[in-house]
Design a protein around this ligand. Sequence first.
Ligand SMILES: [Zn+2]
Length: 175
Amino acid sequence: MTRNAFKYCPMCCTELTTRNENGVARPTCPKCGFVHYRNPSPAAGAVIFDNGRILLVRRAHEPYVGKWTIPAGFMEWTESPEETTVREILEETNLKIGLDGLFHVYSGDDDPRTRAVLILYFATCTGGSLRAGDDAAEARWFSESDLPADDEIAFESHRLALRKLRTEYPERFKT
Ligand SMILES: [Zn+2]
């Protein structure tokens, strides 16, 4: 696996060597001592229901361009997951939301850019009018009966989240 793998030291440009640390191979700089701790990337998003329908967005970019997801995005360096969620939903759907608590956390290994950790909150729309933007080509509400098929949904974590919502929170899909 080579995702997020440095070949050269990002601090001093020396070719990295591999050092074994407690059974984990760590790319390490023989010159300045930099150690590359390769960690998953956290992302956050919101499960938003309105009148029995859930809000999904269609991806405007690769990977999985054209597939649907629960609105979410990667955390910026300075953000809390809650701040990421509010920002991403505004960017992708033009809706303002209030968070209602944690739904679930997923670990994902089907993003070619990185391993991801997806933090999903329940949220309620508090303002704005639905309009797709930023990484979303389209944003719309889905009732349970017209949810996209699994092969139209990007990322296993989003498929699992929708399955969990349907089986454990069926009342959310009722009008
Ligand atoms: Zn270095």
